[in-house]
Write a protein that binds this ligand. Structure first.
Ligand code: ABU
Length: 497
């Protein structure tokens, strides 16, 4: 009786299979047209900005107890695209990710349509082997001997950095796993003052404490100052602390600086510290024979964060942590849940890789990247990297000569370029006492105009005492010289007094 009732209710209230198929086809058609093709067309805006109150009236965000019709749902698909930022648009140069790769997209859709989770081989056989293959290849490119070691896909670069801190701490004192923080002396970690904020955040999360993250000065290029690093390590020892890790950065978030890895390694060796390299942003340069010198010495690191969703334009999210030493992740994280990781399965259970992660359920972020790699080959990634560095150089060389543009870092190392746009009314007024205050207000004003018009998206920020400046980020090799010219002319148009 109960099952008859359920079947009737299901039949009456739910669309049948053909309706579902029709719905999916229509939705995919809208997504392809509005988001994938029109959304990345230079003729269309990057975004259609509306204030939150207005957006509340344009999309009905409220959930209700009765079912919505397919017509209504298809309308929501359209509206979602309409009011979302088109991060695949060539003029979305705002963040450390952008562009829409066709193979990455299909990989992403393949993932979503299979809805897997990569904890055991039995649930994710294909994705397990893909992960092992990609991570080994990445370790090889980093320069770890024979590509040996270990690695994991992480939900973002911040988490990858967190895993690295945790590995360094475990290596320093394995008792942490059982005894917790009571087992530890005051641990001290060193990173540049321009490092990503996740180092502090995850140090707090892991119980190390933000006071024990010593910020190391940077030079005029934004690189970690080696003399200051060693002085700070010595200071921590005199204070009774236990220096256990240096987190170097290859491609700092704002300036794009690459820390001197070989020298950092020497200091790590001298004091017995774990060497981590946060190459979330700059790691992609390893793919290029021409640009990989920027990360010289990375092969000496104990761990490396590298996000293919950044310079290599894999769809969000695709972040990895690569380790020189095998086994540390398992030793540190495994909990041996017997309902999932049975050791008496009929296949080789070393392929049940989930237990070395903190997560249980986990999306396979690998396939979109693996699929791109299959489609382009390593040489395709190399050409991509060479092109984006060439674009960045062209943009830099052009604005250097252009009235109104001023570089923050004269010789950027990566493809994020920091500059001020000085409107005509402020030019030649550097000696005015309020010049810095006025300049500080320019970038937010231009940003507002560009967002309201939707003609491009470029972020801005202050850096310590430095007034607000723009940071334009190039990682789409689909951009060409006329795009560079367009972006420059847009600053001139929007920055007019
Ligand atoms: N990992 C964070 C990057 C944020 C940004 O694009 O500025």
């Amino acid at each position: 009786k109960i099952s008859q009732y359920t079947a009737k209710a299901t039949f009456e209230s739910m669309p049948n299979r053909r309706d579902h198929e029709d719905f999916i086809r229509k939705a995919v058609e809208i997504i392809l047209k509005d988001a994938v093709f029109e959304g990345t067309n230079r003729k269309n805006p990057v975004l259609n900005f509306v204030n939150p109150e207005e957006l509340e009236s344009l999309i009905n965000f409220k959930l209700k107890s009765t079912p919505g019709s397919h017509e209504e749902l298809l309308g929501i698909v359209k509206d979602t695209i309409q009011y979302s930022v088109k991060t695949g648009h060539p003029y979305f140069v705002n963040q450390l990710f952008s562009s829409l790769d066709p193979y990455g997209l299909i990989g992403q859709w393949l993932t979503d349509s299979l809805n897997p989770t990569v904890y055991t081989y039995e649930v994710s056989p294909v994705f397990t082997l893909m992960e092992e293959t990609v991570l080994k290849e990445m370790r090889q490119i980093v320069g770890f001997k024979n590509g040996d070691g270990d690695g994991i896909f992480c939900p973002g670069g911040s988490m990858a950095n967190g895993y690295a801190i945790s590995c360094a701490r475990y290596k320093f004192m394995p008792e942490i796993k059982q005894k917790g923080l009571h087992a530890l002396p005051r641990l001290v970690l060193f990173t540049s003052r321009d490092a990503h904020y996740s180092i502090k955040k995850l140090s707090s999360f892991l119980g190390i404490g933000t006071d024990n993250v010593y910020a190391i000065n940077t030079d005029e290029k934004g690189k970690m100052d080696m003399k200051h690093l060693e002085e700070e390590v010595e200071r921590s020892i005199k204070e009774g602390g236990a220096p256990f890790m240096v987190s170097a950065t290859s491609g700092t978030t704002v300036i794009g600086a690459f820390d001197p890895l070989e020298k950092i390694h020497e200091i790590c060796q001298k004091y017995g510290m774990w060497m981590h390299v946060d190459a979330a942003w700059g790691g992609g340069a390893l793919m290029s024979k021409k640009h990989r010198y920027l990360l010289k010495g990375i092969e000496k690191a104990d761990s490396v964060t590298w996000n293919p969703h950044k310079l290599l334009t894999a769809p969000q999210q695709c972040s990895t942590l690569l380790l020189k030493q095998d086994g540390i992740l398992s030793a540190m994280n495994s909990a041996n849940a017997t309902y999932l990781f049975q050791k008496d399965k009929f296949y080789d259970t070393k392929y049940d890789i989930g237990d070395k992660h903190i997560q249980c359920g986990r999306r396979p972020d690998v396939i979109k990247f693996w699929f791109m790699w299959k489609a382009k080959g390593t040489s395709g990634f190399e050409q991509h990297i060479d092109k984006v560095f060439e674009n960045a150089k062209f943009f830099t060389d052009t604005i250097r000569e252009r009235e109104g543009f001023e570089m923050v870092i004269p010789e950027p190392e990566c493809t994020n370029i920091c500059f001020w746009y000085v409107p005509p009314s402020l030019r030649n007024r550097k000696s005015d006492p309020d010049y810095q205050d006025k300049l500080h207000k320019v970038a937010p004003k231009i940003k507002e105009k560009m967002m309201r018009e939707g003609t491009m998206m470029v972020t801005y920020q202050p850096l310590r005492e430095t007034p607000n400046f723009f940071r334009i980020v190039f990682q789409s090799s689909g951009l060409n010289k006329s795009d560079m010219t367009y972006l420059i002319e847009e600053f001139e148009r929007l920055g007019r007094d």
